[in-house]
Design a protein around this ligand. Structure first.
Ligand code: ADP
Length: 643
């Protein structure tokens, strides 16, 4: 997809200056060259350096004609008398040519006074006069360098640092918006056809598309269109996709950026970026601004000024609010924002006239998953007998992004197996891989460990098979995957409400693994950590949130606002004790129940465990063969019938 960066007025030639003309860089280079030239260029003739004692000798011997003393550097430049023997003596035969110009030699002197005294004494003794002159020479280049050098170095460092921090734009562009703009002409190719499911959300945004296409229809009637809509939902459910589809359908420019793009280490930058973004958007209106992860800037502003650590974020948010109020309803800018945490957003953002529409983009249900599969199967060559319904059923809780990932992964797996088309097995493996991580077939497990894992997993399978409300089993494996050593895979019912019985049965099935270890092996292991954690959390939520326990019936300590970050609990110590006891008693009861189920079905469980050790993976059919069909009608029956 062709995406265009926002234009930079410094470089884009729009400011009337042809590129390649006067530029600051050339100016800097010229100054630097001039400086270097003045420092190193020396037009004086070369002179031979001699010791002061030698110079004294030469003066005594009458070799010297003239001395120029540079007083500020204690330096003497000395011309020899025009006598070839003297010149040969002093300079040496080889260097006569080299030092042919006057003055021929130079020397560092202790001080002008000392030299003067010495010359005077020689003159007195010999009567020979020597011409001495005194000069003060200023070294402008080095003076300049010493004065301004450090400043220049600092400026250079500052420029380099600011360029680094602002990604090459220089310090002056730090306040510019970082939005990516997808222009109208650029075929974005995303339309509502590419967004599967999400029918309600699509319906909601349809109105926005209509407005962008034909604003007059609404404004003529005096209607106002919402300025913004907030897409709320878990990651990967297609929020960005939906926003792109809106822009694609309406055929308007689309500014896309993330909430964190406003954040920079300089104070005031966020606000200035917001201003810049809206300025650019106004130029291109009608258009859509899409801010992903708006919670990065839109989090509720602190109430307690003492804890206001992030003033900068608040300034950015304030600017955003102002801009959203500022542009007239008819200016045709629509702000779409996405977040998966609408609850922590500032109330001011959500009030009417700003993001007054909240569109919830939820995880897809089984029908929607089928549609999403169909969208992502379009480019894939798959086997004709691929059952898309079954795929949709096997992927509960998957988001659109997960499904896209499954399709891609399946294609890769099939390619690895040198297949011509992607078939059911590839898709099943891809799903397994995405849920459980990579298979680690060569993870070292001893025969004893393998048996313990098989007993544990068979425990889950047996208990869940024999409980009415436990989730239907899909398969049990003892092939290590990711961090897990083995796993029982279920097909969770997609239900909106969960009853006490369902929770208890699920908990019992979770504890079935450890119960089997205890009953069959007579010792327990650390393998049940994850099960225990989940079972305990479930028991906790039953007691504390859902009011499902005997002693704390119909009481919930759940705080949906989650704004109270206090460290105190909303109940007394006595109640904490009751909560603890209730949790313990629930978990214990379910564990005892699991132990009883395993004890009563010890043989059948043993058979299952043995098959598992042998085959490593068993499916619901194998379990059914041993335990008989479940008397309860579940969706699983439908699925096994299809398999
Ligand atoms: P979000 O912004 O909600 O985190 P994205 O919109 O970026 O998620 O979705 C990521 C990818 O998942 C999309 O590029 C698309 O391939 C796929 N996807 C998600 N939801 C859907 C959907 N409803 N229909 C088709 N593809 C989807």
């Amino acid at each position: 997809m062709a995406e265009k960066k926002p234009e930079n007025p410094i470089n884009n030639g729009k400011n009337g200056k042809p590129s390649g003309g006067f530029s600051l860089t050339w100016f800097y280079i010229a100054i630097a060259t001039a400086l270097i030239f003045t420092i190193f260029y020396d037009d004086s003739a070369p002179m031979k350096e001699v010791q002061y004692s030698d110079l004294q000798e030469y003066i005594k011997d009458g070799y010297i004609d003239k001395i120029v003393v540079v007083t500020n550097t204690n330096h003497a430049e000395v011309s020899l008398v025009d006598d070839s023997t003297v010149i040969y003596n002093v300079l040496g035969a080889a260097d006569v040519k080299k030092y042919s110009k006057k003055p021929q030699i130079q020397s560092q002197i202790p001080s002008p006074e000392k030299l003067d005294d010495f010359v005077a004494s020689v003159t007195e003794k010999s009567g020979r006069k020597i011409d001495i002159k005194y000069e003060e020479r200023k070294d402008y280049a080095s003076t300049f360098l010493w004065t301004f050098g450090p400043i220049l170095v600092f400026i250079a460092i500052w420029i380099i640092m600011s360029r680094r921090m602002t990604g090459g734009g220089g310090i002056f562009s730090v306040g510019r918006s970082k939005a990516q703009i997808i222009e109208k002409g650029n075929k974005m190719n995303v339309t509502f056809k590419d967004v599967a499911g999400l029918s309600e959300a699509k319906q909601e945004v349809q109105e926005i598309v209509e407005f962008l296409k034909n604003p007059k229809k609404y404004t003529d009637l005096g209607g106002k269109i919402p300025k913004g809509a907030l897409l709320v939902g878990p990651p990967g459910t297609g929020k960005t996709l939906l926003a792109k589809a809106v822009a694609g359908e309406a055929n308007v420019p689309f500014f896309s950026l993330s909430g964190s793009d406003f954040v920079e280490m300089f104070v005031g930058v966020g606000a200035s970026r917001v201003r810049d973004l809206f300025r650019q958007a106004k130029d291109k209106s009608p258009c859509i601004i899409f801010i992903d992860e708006i919670d990065a800037v839109g989090r509720a502003r602190g109430k307690n000024p003492a804890f206001n650590a992030n003033d900068e974020r608040e300034n950015t948010l304030n600017q955003l609010l102002t801009e959203m109020d500022g542009f007239g309803t008819n200016s045709g800018i629509i702000v779409l924002a996405a977040t998966n945490r609408a609850d922590i957003l500032d109330k001011a953002l959500l009030r009417a006239g700003r993001f007054d529409r909240q569109i919830s983009v939820d995880l897809p249900d089984v029908h929607e998953r089928k549609e999403i599969f169909e969208v992502h199967l379009r480019p894939i060559k798959y086997a004709e007998d691929l059952d898309i319904d079954l795929l949709a059923k096997q992927t509960p809780g998957f988001s659109g992004a997960d499904i896209a990932n499954v399709c891609n992964e399946a294609a890769l797996i099939a390619a690895r197996r040198d297949k011509k088309v992607v078939d059911r097995q590839d898709f099943t493996d891809a799903v397994d891989r995405i849920i459980g991580g990579l298979e680690k077939k060569n993870k070292i497990t001893t025969a004893e460990e393998k048996r313990a894992i098989a007993v544990h997993e068979a425990g889950h399978a047996s208990v869940s098979w024999l409980l009415e409300y436990a989730n239907p089993l899909v398969k049990v494996t003892i092939v290590p995957r990711g961090k897990a050593l083995g796993a029982a895979w279920y097909l969770p019912e997609e239900r909106q409400l969960t009853t006490t019985e369902q929770m208890l049965d699920e908990m019992c099935a979770l504890l079935g693994g450890r119960a089997a270890e205890q009953v069959v092996l007579g010792r327990i292991s650390t393998g049940a950590l994850n099960d225990l954690e989940r079972a305990t959390k479930m028991a906790y939520s039953m007691v504390v949130y859902y009011g499902m326990s005997e002693k704390l019936k119909n009481i919930s300590y759940f705080d949906s606002t989650q704004q109270d970050y206090s460290f105190t609990k909303p109940y007394s110590d006595k109640t904490s004790e009751i909560i603890d006891n209730e949790i313990k008693s629930i978990v214990q009861t379910q564990f005892d129940r699991a132990v009883k189920i395993i004890t009563d079905n010890k043989e059948r469980h043993g058979e299952l465990a043995s098959i598992l050790v042998e085959k490593e993976v068993i499916y619901a059919d194998d379990v059914e063969r041993i335990f008989g069909a479940r008397p309860w009608k579940t969706r699983m029956d439908e699925i096994t019938a299809k398999q």
